[in-house]
Design a protein around this ligand. Structure first.
Ligand SMILES: *Cc1c(COP(=O)(O)O)cnc(C)c1O
Length: 384
């Protein structure tokens, strides 16, 4: 089976992990700060805070943004459930903004219209989470303009997009947002097995992210309410969590970051080759805007005709041919949990139409041209 995604681990990565295992600290040691510095420098951002996974990154980000019960968070319906769930963790309400049918990202026009209605009704969101679908940045110029006009906080969910850029700024630079979150799950661009990161240019936000990462506990006297009682003294000033990354994982992350540009280049090469080899077939591919350089986490095709060869048949034929096709994503608002909150079919028609036609093809840096030719042959066969 050719998988839809997989990690690239080399001997340097293995050596880095072994070295971390032999060091004095396998957690809460210096490898964490080194990984944070490496990602911050790469992205061109002041602060980076490593956490245990991408979901924890979203959770501490909404906490640092001060999102509270009863307030609103908006995101895309075409994302992994974690982008929406982070609001529910703090008791906030979730709503969605439909996607653009070509870029597959949250549609800035739909966002502007929904904001105008919300302003009239007094239901504006506190936080908006644009998701950089497949590795392509959302239109951050238009989203940041709207953020300024309507006063919401932007947290970019860049789980797919480390190594990408928008208008010359690296994703994660937070040039047009308050925070950016990353995931380092093995299928993503770089991996720490499980891991995540939040970047920000705001020092106070960075402090709060670190506080929520470790139980809300601090040893920094400037953050304490009372005078220190001695060298052992710490205070819990917020309700936080244990969302720490280990030094073993951080060492792997730093080692992986040395190869990120090569990973993204190969992903782009394969994506361009897919587009060429699949042209002429009744499929649509994701439009990438001129301002975006995509990290190409995913290569999604959409069947042009919803009725003829059904997506399910196409998917099953690919799987039977040994191709690890996948579907990203089932619209979040159609999940039973979100239906219980009042969402249902018809709420976000562009996302729902996209879902009926979408299949993700394999894409990962170690994929060979021959692997890709096998996928393309299977696609031709499956289209009948
Ligand atoms: C992978 C992913 C997450 C969650 O990351 P984990 O590291 O698996 O917790 C969140 N949002 C999106 C868009 C993702 O793809």
């Amino acid at each position: 089976m050719i998988p839809y995604g997989r990690q690239s681990i080399d001997d340097d990565d293995i050596a880095a992990v072994v070295e971390a295992l032999r060091s004095d600290f396998i957690t809460q040691g210096p490898a964490i700060e080194e990984f944070e510095r490496t990602v911050a420098e790469y992205c061109g951002v002041k602060h980076a805070v490593a956490v245990s996974n991408g979901t924890a990154a979203l959770h501490v980000a909404v906490l640092a943004a001060g999102l509270r019960a009863g307030e609103r968070l908006w995101t895309s319906p075409i994302t992994f459930v974690a982008s929406a769930n982070c609001a529910r963790y703090v008791g906030a309400d979730v709503d969605f903004v439909d996607i653009d049918p070509d870029t597959l990202n949250l549609d800035p026009v739909a966002l502007a219209e929904k904001l105008e209605r919300a302003a009239a009704e007094g239901t504006l969101p506190k936080v908006v989470i644009p998701v950089h679908f497949g590795g392509q940045s959302c239109d951050m110029d238009r989203i940041s303009e709207l953020a300024e006009r309507y006063g919401f906080t932007v947290i970019e969910d860049a789980s797919h997009a480390i190594g990408g850029s928008w208008n010359g700024d690296k994703v994660g630079s937070c040039a047009r947002s308050w925070m950016t979150t990353f995931s380092f799950h093995p299928v993503k661009i770089v991996t720490t097995a499980e891991g995540g990161m939040v970047t920000t240019n705001d020092e106070d936000i960075a402090e709060r992210l670190k506080l929520f990462r470790t139980h809300g506990v601090t040893r920094d006297t400037s953050l304490m309410r009372n005078p220190s009682e001695g060298g052992w003294y710490y205070e819990q000033v917020e309700l936080g969590y244990n969302y720490r990354l280990t030094d073993i994982q951080a060492a792997l992350g730093t080692s992986q970051m040395r190869r990120i540009d090569g990973f993204v280049e190969r992903r782009n090469e394969l994506a361009a080759r897919y587009a060429e080899l699949l042209s002429g077939l009744p499929l649509d591919v994701q439009q990438v805007l001129p301002a975006a350089h995509s990290a190409y986490h995913l290569f999604v095709v959409r069947l042009r005709d919803e009725s003829a060869a059904s997506r399910r048949e196409f998917f099953d034929r690919l799987r039977e041919a040994g191709i690890g096709a996948n579907v990203h994503y089932i619209p979040v608002h159609l999940q039973p949990y979100y239906r219980d909150l009042g969402f249902g079919p018809g709420d976000f028609p562009v996302a729902e139409a996209y879902y009926r036609r979408a299949v993700t093809l394999p894409l990962y840096p170690a994929m060979t041209d021959a692997d890709q030719d096998a996928v393309v042959a299977a696609v031709r066969g499956a289209l009948g």
